[in-house]
Design a protein around this ligand. Sequence first.
Ligand code: PEP
Ligand code: MN
Length: 333
Amino acid sequence: MIIELKPNLERHKAEELAKDLKAFLVTENNHFLLINSSSNKSLPEGMGQWAENTHVFEDDIQLASKKFLPTKREIILGNGVRIGGNTQNTLFISGPCSVESEAQIRQCAQACKELGIGILRGGCYKPRTSPYTFQGLGEEGLRLLKQMKEEFGLLIITEIRDATHADQVIEATDIIQIGAKSMYDHGILKKSGLSGKPVLLKRGFGTTLKEFVQMAEFILSLGNPNVMLCERGIRTFETKTRFTLDLCGVAWLQEYTNLPVVVDTSHAMGYAYGVPSLTRAAAAMGVDGLLIESHPNPKVALSDAAQQLSLEELKELYEKVGQVVEAVGFSIV
Ligand code: PEP
Ligand code: MN
């Protein structure tokens, strides 16, 4: 349940009430108290005098629910670009799976700059499935991303894999990526919530939509409304593709949540050949962002080699997808 407190109620009183109820206090214009939804269907005793309004939910999808806030939340990125809200903007994010070397990330940054892509991605701490494969450049990777940001005027997005480097990544990055394998990590969710920075939360490949959005609630309930939900494929019985892109899930997120939705077609497909057409399909849904992995020479990439587009393929995709984005009333940003 969300209890909207009376307008102009002083902060210290709101804090006192939150303490009494063991509630989260979130301030978005007014003060809101958040308590567990399954055991609270009516206003707790004594709260009548302080409450302006109450929102009752079936489950703990609360701040992210359209029932609470019927309009899509808007996020303003570090370069002033806006997504969500009424913007009808589709953010285009590209770059390699991993930052591998200065030469490699510079070529990617250059390609983004030339095409007009404003957000450069690149993992520095990689959540690999084998300990014997490339684990990322770590701090050196963060330094290179920052350098590209300065040289090319791009924003950067990179992933926090675990708590050991969360503070360094949060400091370095413009958008925090929380990966499919660490989306349940409460330390990462908490730090991301407290940071106030834009967060791209990826859906785990075995995660239901409800669990996914509830993880977003951990960030929202700590006062950070800047959350994007990223569909990146789920695991099904199918083995010919790496994962299955859940566009039904995207439609559900668009219908029932107020958070911008980003689609990562690279990880869903797992193979470069399918990425352009899947990206056009996702773009046709009027999504708030697209994430595509690209690499100067995918064949020698140190991670996710099969799915990354070459920079020439990226250019072709970028030009073609713009037509689809525009056909559904959106603009690429
Ligand atoms: C990535 O973006 O390179 C990545 C590891 O993605 P995911 O968390 O979706 O697997
Ligand atoms: Mn990857």
